[in-house]
Write a protein that binds this ligand. Structure first.
Ligand SMILES: [Zn+2]
Length: 235
């Protein structure tokens, strides 16, 4: 689980890795015979009973720096990725992260550019709110509404959703499934773990080779498969 890729000298929320660090991390995967792919590719492979050498790479919020800094590194290591964007804040910024530096978000053109480069575009809701606190009408707008906007924007169906702040409960997961998504990413969803609450590991600037190795092992231990292929270690 990545967010922003760029200068991380002022990064109180720890959402940024430098392009050099991302390069080292993807190189670390490559040396272990692993390859980063989009969530759609990962889930399709695992559903088919293969893909143990694949790692889902996700980038939340849709920062403008994705195109400038992340895409060239992903290309260099021949990795795919899923970018979870906020169609209610096109060309805006991370106003929900206060205090902290303002980080611009991709415009519609920027999202289309990423999609044209083979990046899977998923929804992070419309405006980045805690969906467990939203009433049913707002929840529907954030889940189904954002999917409709992104379908229009990209010209393709949108399979993936990602819960803002990683917060999800049964009602929110049901709303996302009913909106037509095929899967949804959380962070640490506990008993909700499944295709609509996939666990992820935060990867940050401090994650060098030793820490990545530890995180890989700990992730498997903390999230034991519960019988369903989709629940298995999405690393
Ligand atoms: Zn977010």
């Amino acid at each position: 689980m990545y967010h922003s890729v760029g200068d991380c000298s002022d990064d109180p929320h720890r959402v940024t890795v430098t392009p050099d660090r991302l390069d080292q991390q993807l190189g670390w995967l490559w040396r272990r015979g692993l390859r980063g792919v989009s969530m759609a590719e990962l889930l399709a492979a695992r559903a088919g009973g293969w893909g143990r050498d694949l790692v889902g790479l996700t980038f939340d919020d849709g920062y403008a720096d994705f195109v400038e800094h992340a895409l060239p590194v992903l290309r260099r290591w021949e990795c795919g990725a899923t970018l979870f964007v906020l169609p209610g804040r096109l060309g805006g910024d991370n106003a929900w992260d206060r205090p902290g530096p303002r980080k611009p978000l991709l415009t519609a053109d920027g999202i289309r550019h990423a999609a044209a480069e083979g990046v899977e575009i998923g929804s992070h809701g419309l405006t980045h709110i805690d969906l467990t606190q939203a009433d049913d009408t707002l929840l529907r707008a954030e889940a189904a509404g954002s999917r409709a906007v992104l379908r229009e924007l990209t010209g393709t169906e949108v399979a993936g959703f990602c819960y803002p702040y990683g917060t999800v409960d049964r009602r929110v997961a049901d709303a996302v499934r009913q909106a037509g998504y095929g899967y949804a990413c959380a962070v640490d969803p506990g008993p909700l773990t499944g295709p609509y609450a996939l666990p992820r590991v935060h990867v940050g600037q401090r994650d060098n080779a030793a820490r990545l190795w530890l995180k890989t092992g700990l992730h498997r231990l903390r999230r034991r498969p519960a019988g369903d292929a989709c629940r298995e270690d999405v690393r």
